[in-house]
Design a binder for this molecule. Structure first.
Ligand SMILES: [Fe+2]
Length: 604
């Protein structure tokens, strides 16, 4: 329910102001509906004008019957006769309402203290003293379980000592009520504290209700003042397709990493402090090590730790993730102390996905996409045994699901610990070494030539690019030196795309992989060999490297595709919008047409 009052004291008529060609309230309605989290979305208003505007744009609106002091009363009146379970109050002046915030506030009703909750709301971390002391921003303080203690326009708590280490939170005006709670609150008379601060939710505290706060740090812009509207219009104009969160991506990095020949033996002492009583460590290990007793012995399994060998023959599938999670949950009463992935990109991605799905409900396919994971994953460690994919450092996991090939891209995906031991890559077969190394080289080329490039990505990309040239085009490196350098190239290549994106080769290679099951590394090479049109210098160097190492790539792999297969391949490639935007800019759709893609695939 989106309560919408026409007259706002601070900025009258703000909901009908123009925001990129549509009124603010229509933008909010559409953004809320687009989250697909709700069975129904309504605007509840006292204004004929707003009512008509929503109806006109194809939305649903309800006229409130009575005069109301606050939005909550307005929506309470509207839901009295509706058959609903949970009612969410979305502020009409939040046109950039994000799915993750709404998902966050809904998720508390699945938490362990759900019974105690009368209503739930959102808060966001703030750091800037100007914002902390601004009376237009409502601050909230919470107890240890994130139940609200008080809301105020004053800075709370007041820091007597300027450098007191305290986290400030700003309240976001999104509430989720059980229907009963909402009706209970309806018509509760206003009390003095609410009247003084003019903050609606103080009323619930004054009547002794429990408000559970969820944290959501996604950026948003509330339209409170004419300046906000100017800012919001600018965001829309600058970045039609990129959400405001992507402009300033705040991404996690691996917090702990150990590097060096033999560093694998540090694993037991790294894991010891993470071990929780009776909760095992689960090792997901590439099955090429199945008979390698030395490696297994060095892992030093203890108590009820479990070793699961996984085949990297095919790229990880959501189904495979779900099966492993189910078997772990079935076998152990306690949630594991951690997941240790030992292998190439596929095994590392699988390990990241399993650690997420041990704490999040449903199927891993529900989380394929950007920022859909709400609960922190279990502790997980990545130990690459082949270098190039960047999986050890990335915020995503590449997964093939029932209807798409897409990663689980989230803040909880990144490893908590990585062990980089170049000696573990010593037994990689030459072809695989080349294909996976080229994955790294292609990450650099695509990032460095992309429109998303910034100095952050560039500094990592350039280093990795130079390392790749040294590794693949010179013979003055010993094998030991080359392994260490490739391990670091992979890391830097991965970091380079963290603040950027990959491009044409990756988008097309995803299509090959989905339809023909071609693995990522070789798929990239097959594509890259034919796209000099987009990356002339990079592809030129690639061809030199290929010749230098006598690598023969398969030819004509798309010659015998059915029309249906070709269409699917094109669909999968075109669905990777951010990759194309990075590679070819805003106008990519007119450059990379279906016909163009078909022509390119047929060359391969
Ligand atoms: Fe890649």
């Amino acid at each position: 329910m989106i309560p919408a009052r026409y007259g706002a004291t601070r900025f009258p008529g703000k909901l009908m102001q123009d925001l990129g060609g549509k009124p603010v309230i229509v933008r909010t309605y559409e953004a809320t509906k687009d989250t697909k989290l709700f069975d129904e979305v309504y605007v509840v208003t006292d204004s004929e004008l707003i009512y008509k505007e929503i109806e006109l744009s194809g939305g649903k609106a309800i006229m409130s019957i009575k005069e109301h002091d606050c939005g909550t009363d307005r929506i309470a009146e509207a839901v009295v006769d509706m058959d609903v379970d949970i009612v969410v109050n979305v502020q009409g002046d939040e046109p950039f309402t994000s799915k993750s915030g709404l998902k966050q506030v809904l998720s508390v009703f699945d938490g362990p203290d759900a019974d105690k909750i009368d209503l739930a709301s959102l808060m966001t971390e703030i750091y800037d003293w100007k914002e902390i002391s601004d009376p237009n921003s409502v601050k909230v303080i919470v107890d240890k379980d994130n139940f609200a203690l008080y809301f105020s326009r004053s800075p709370i708590p007041y820091p007597r000592d300027k450098n007191a280490a305290v986290q400030y939170y700003k309240h976001k005006g999104i509430y989720a009520f059980r229907k009963k709670a909402l009706l209970d609150f309806y018509k509760l008379p206003m009390r003095p504290m609410e009247a003084a601060e003019k903050i609606e939710c103080i009323r619930y505290l004054e009547y002794g209700k429990n408000i559970k706060m969820a944290i959501s740090n996604t950026q948003s812009i509330e339209i409170d003042t004419p300046e906000d509207l100017i800012r919001a219009n600018k965001v829309l104009k600058d970045d039609k397709n990129i959400t405001i969160n992507n402009m300033y991506r705040n991404f996690p990095m691996v917090p702990k990493v150990v590097f060096g020949r033999g560093s694998f033996d540090q694993l037991p002492s790294i894991l010891a402090p993470q071990r929780k009583d009776k909760a095992p460590f689960i090792y997901l290990v590439d099955d090429v090590f199945k008979d390698d007793e030395v490696i297994i012995d060095r892992m030093n399994l203890r108590f009820n730790d479990k070793l699961i060998f996984v085949s990297a023959e095919e790229e990880p599938k959501t189904e495979q993730v779900d099966t492993i999670v189910k078997s772990i949950k079935g076998e152990f009463t306690y949630s594991p102390s951690g997941i240790i992935g030992v292998g190439g990109g596929s095994v590392l991605d699988l390990s990241k996905a399993v650690s997420i799905m041990l704490t999040n409900k449903g199927s891993s396919s529900d989380y394929q996409g950007w920022d859909l994971v709400s609960t922190k994953s279990v502790y997980h460690v990545g130990i690459p045994t082949i270098s190039g994919t960047g999986a050890e450092v990335s915020r995503t996991t590449v997964l093939t699901g029932p209807d798409k090939k897409l990663g689980i891209n989230s803040d909880f995906t990144t490893f908590d610990q990585v062990v980089l031991d170049p000696d573990l890559t010593a037994s990689v077969p030459k072809e695989q070494w080349f294909y996976t190394g080229m994955d790294c080289f292609i990450h650099c080329v695509e990032s460095l030539n992309g429109t998303f490039l910034n100095e952050f990505s560039k500094s990592y990309g350039e280093k990795a690019y130079d390392l790749c040239k040294e590794i693949f085009l010179s013979d003055n490196l010993s094998e030991v030196e080359s392994r260490g350098k490739l391990m670091m190239a992979s890391w830097h290549g991965g970091m380079s795309i963290a603040y950027s994106q990959v491009g044409v080769a990756h988008a097309m290679s995803y299509g090959l992989s989905y339809v023909l099951g071609i693995k990522h590394g070789i798929g990239n090479c097959i594509v890259f060999d034919h796209i000099e049109e987009y990356y002339p210098e990079g592809v030129g160097l690639f061809k030199k490297m290929k010749d230098y190492h006598n690598i023969e790539l398969p030819q004509g792999i798309c010659n015998n595709l059915t029309e249906y297969q070709m269409d699917t391949m094109i669909d999968i490639a075109l669905s990777l919008v951010p990759l194309w935007e990075n590679a070819l800019g805003d106008d990519w759709k007119s450059i990379m047409t279906r016909d163009k893609l078909r022509e390119l695939y047929l060359k391969m």
